[in-house]
Each structure stands twice: as C-alpha cells, then as structure tokens.
Design a protein around this ligand. Structure first.
Ligand code: NAP
Ligand code: COA
Length: 272
C-alpha cells in the first residue's frame, strides 16, 4: 500500500527496530521519505535493517547496537544520531522480550529480564531522547501489548511490564505536553509472522484459536501497526496525546483474554 503521509526531512528513531513489528514500522517511515535510525542488541541485525531501509528509499539510514537495559549505551547512541541529523521528530520505542512461563515456572531473574527490557528499557529510551526531541512537534510512540490491560496466564512478567509502559506514556503526556511533545502507546493485536506470535501461539491449535478469537477473524500484519504509527506521528494526530490505542482487529474486546487459558493449558502439560 502506498502512503499518503510525507515524512521528508523528518528524523525517526525506532528502538528495537531490527525485526518484526518495529522493523515494519521503520521501513514504512523510510518509504514515507524519513531519515530512519534503528537500535537493537545485534550489530548484524542493525546492518541488515539499514540496507533494507535504503532499499525502501529512506533519505538516510543509521543505527547502533545497544541493549536498552544499558542506560548510558542508549544515551550515547541517541546523542550520536542527533549530532548527525539534528532534533528527533518521531521516536518509536518497542524493544521487548517475552517467553511463556507460569509464575512458578520462572526464576526472579526471568521475571526481572522482561521488566528490565520492556519497562526499565522504555524509561531509559525516554530519558535518552528527551534532550534531542523537536520541541514543539515531536511524537513518541511506545509499543505496548494487550497484556498491559488483559491478564493472561503465563504472562505475569509481560503483563506487569507493559502496564508500566502505558503508565509511562500517560505520565509523560502530563510532564512533556506543555513543550509540544505528544506521546502515545499502540497496543498491537496478534501480528502474524512475528517472534511474539511464534512464542505465544507456538502450535497450530493455539494459532487457530487466536485467529478465531479476533473479531475481524484474522491476525494483523506489520503494516497494520506501521500505518497506525504513521498517523500518530503525523500532523493529522496533532491533538492526540496520552492515548493507549489498540490496533488489534477488536481483539481486546474479548478474544485476547482466551489466549492465557490456551497458554496455561500448554504450560501445565509441558514437563519442567
Ligand atoms: P521481535 O521481532 O522479537 O522484535 C523485538 C526487537 O527488539 C528486535 O529488534 C530485537 O533485536 C530488539 N530487542 C530485544 N531485546 C532488546 C534489548 N534488550 N535491547 C535492545 N533491543 C532489544 O518482536 P515482535 O513480535 O515484532 O514484537 C515487537 C513489539 O511489539 C514488542 O514491543 C512486543 O511486545 C510488541 N507486541 C507484539 C505482538 C505480536 O503479535 N508479535 C503483539 C503485541 C505487542 P535484538 O535481538 O537484536 O536485540
Ligand atoms: N521459561 C522460564 N524462564 C525463562 C524462559 C522460559 N521459556 N526463557 C528464559 N527464561 C529465564 C532464563 O532461565 C533466565 O533466568 P535464570 O538466569 O534464573 O536462569 C532469564 O529468563 C534470563 O534469560 P537470558 O537468556 O539470560 O536473558 P537475555 O537477557 O539474554 O534474553 C529474553 C531475554 C529471555 C527475554 C530472550 O527471550 C530475548 O532476548 N527475547 C527478545 C526477543 C523476544 O522475546 N521477542 C518477542 C517480543 S514480544
């Protein structure tokens, strides 16, 4: 689908932008003419994404390898991007980790790893980008998950972390609104061909149940999420801030709650 949005001369940073949903977002902004930078832990994924952004027609592509759990690494990398390009117009923060595990089936370190990537990582990204945001005008989009609002068995770590991410969104809307910074969360539904769905719907039985549980009767695509992000980052969304927006085919209206039951059944049947 071609895009009606024009991001020429805009600087876009996508944290966790080297695979899946976030990479789709990065590529979509590249197609809309933006300069796009990506961050993730693996240098080879960063390099591969930069090549793909160039093929999408980006005005310029950059990136660096860093773990969102390392505040200084994120801060220094973001400062380098801003030194090269100037102020950031759009920041998408979506680095995350997930694995299915019942609360009694994970160690404190397992719980901590997801909290530190999703929640503390989001905080690190917010602090790192703030000095470099276009004020007024910047748009921040945090990539959340249905677990932020819907309890799912096998997901206590992700539920806790993503609920926190959305509260960061809502709090910073208050703290940064007067400077003309907008910040919103997007809650993707089940997105096909992604690492997240490979982990949460690892067999055909759960996959079919998930698809059936979406009111629109299909999984989403990475384009579905990227298009919502284009809108939220554009002037067409200039009065939208502090919102937590599901882009999920209606999944949050009931279907999503069923997934935890499927996961619990699977996890309880799996010997430790
Ligand atoms: P994915 O392909 O695994 O993407 C995760 C990205 O984050 C990768 O680029 C990964 O690259 C990076 N990353 C992971 N840990 C990191 C860390 N500690 N520091 C820096 N970067 C890190 O996953 P996805 O399924 O597309 O999910 C993307 C986002 O959408 C996540 O926020 C997820 O919670 C959300 N979401 C997904 C779904 C779904 O259906 N897939 C549904 C709802 C919400 P490296 O490995 O190189 O670090
Ligand atoms: N069940 C229970 N515990 C698990 C687990 C599982 N399936 N997978 C990992 N853990 C635990 C580990 O055992 C470890 O705890 P321990 O030290 O007490 O043994 C802890 O989680 C951290 O694991 P580790 O592999 O050292 O962490 P990491 O920082 O290298 O990786 C993860 C973080 C675990 C989230 C990893 O899956 C990851 O990097 N994910 C990114 C991609 C992703 O999840 N994409 C989907 C996004 S929705």
């Amino acid at each position: 689908m071609s895009t009606p949005f024009d991001f020429k001369n805009k600087n876009v940073l996508v944290v966790g932008g080297t695979s899946g949903i976030n990479r789709g977002i990065a590529e979509t902004f590249a197609k809309a003419g933006a300069r796009v930078a990506v961050v993730s832990r693996a240098q080879e994924k960063v390099d591969d994404t930069i090549q793909s952004l160039k093929a999408c027609g980006t005005a310029d592509a950059r990136g660096f390898a860093a773990d969102v759990r390392e505040a200084d690494a994120i801060k220094n990398g973001v400062a380098e991007i801003a030194a090269a390009w100037g102020k950031l117009d759009v920041v998408v923060s979506g680095a995350a980790g997930n694995f299915p595990a019942l609360a009694m089936g994970m160690s404190p370190n397992g719980f901590r790893s997801v909290i530190e990537i999703d929640l503390l990582g989001t905080f690190h990204v917010m602090q790192a980008v703030y000095p470099h945001l276009q004020k007024p005008g910047a748009s921040i989009i945090n990539i959340s998950a249905p677990q932020a609002e819907i309890p799912m068995a096998g997901q206590s770590h992700v539920c806790a972390a993503k609920a926190g991410v959305d509260m960061i969104t809502r709090t910073l809307c208050l703290e940064w609104g007067a400077e003309g910074i907008r910040i919103n969360s997007v809650i993707p539904g089940p997105i096909d061909n992604t690492e997240g769905m490979k982990r949460l719907a690892p067999n055909e039985k759960i996959r079919a149940a998930v698809t059936k549980s979406v009111p629109l009767q299909r999984m989403g695509s990475t384009d579905d999420i990227a298009n919502a992000c284009l809108f939220l980052a554009s002037d067409f969304a200039s009065y939208i801030t502090g919102a937590v927006i599901p882009v999920d085919g209606g999944w949050a209206q009931g279907g999503a709650a069923l997934v935890g039951a499927g996961l619990a059944e699977m996890l309880k049947a799996t010997p430790k």
